[in-house]
Write a new protein. Structure first.
Length: 205
């Protein structure tokens, strides 16, 4: 998929303190975003998260797909994932995001929410495999959804609406001091995909 991409300019930090989150705005136009959405819906290897958490088995409605330079094993919330080989379109998009963000990525955790009844609760991406001062680039496709940040100690909140083709980058100490969540809404009937590009450190590193 050879698509012409816009050159984004990141806005100022949207967090007031203790972290850096930059909104790059719409980096893909409407046509290209729609084509990517359909491609990823059809071609990514989607599966629900499932595992043991606090002694209880769980299975999520949200589906995920994990890709990387190697067959990394990634454990979070009691679930164990093994990375698939990059699809060419996903690989090219990763390379473009790296140029925009100025940071290398070797993996991508993709999330699929079929409608507004599916979301993701408050959490931080602070697993040891991601290292310190994590940089995560999140690229959205599909229906617009509300995405929120909440400070772990002050409970200060920042809300924004993420549109199809919008790039958001979390940097610095964001994961140490803030949680984030994708809010649910029964009024939303269409799917959303977000690609979260990361640099994953294997256990042997």
């Amino acid at each position: 998929m050879n698509l012409e991409l816009f050159t984004p300019e990141p806005r100022d930090n949207i967090l007031p303190y203790d972290g850096i989150v930059q909104d790059y705005g719409l980096v893909l136009n409407v046509e290209h975003s729609a084509r990517y959405l359909q491609y990823f819906l059809q071609h990514l290897v989607w599966q629900a998260d499932e595992g043991m958490l606090f002694g209880q088995y769980y299975r999520t409605q949200r589906q995920v797909a994990w890709y990387g330079d190697e067959q990394y094993q990634y454990r979070y919330s009691g679930a164990l994932k093994q990375a698939h080989v990059w699809l060419p379109a996903l690989w090219r998009l990763k390379q473009q995001v790296e140029q925009w963000v100025g940071h290398p990525f070797n993996s991508c955790l993709a999330n699929l929410y079929q409608d507004g009844t599916q979301g993701l609760g408050w959490h931080s991406d602070d697993e040891p495999n991601l290292g310190k001062n994590v940089v995560i680039a999140s690229l959205s496709f599909g229906v617009t959804r509300k995405f929120s940040f909440k400070h772990k100690h002050t409970a200060y909140k920042v809300d924004l609406l993420l549109q199809s083709g919008q790039l958001l980058v979390m940097r610095g100490q964001t994961q140490q001091h803030w949680k984030h969540a994708l809010m649910k809404s029964n009024k939303i009937l269409q799917p959303r995909i977000n690609l979260t590009f990361r640099y994953f450190h294997s256990i042997s590193e």
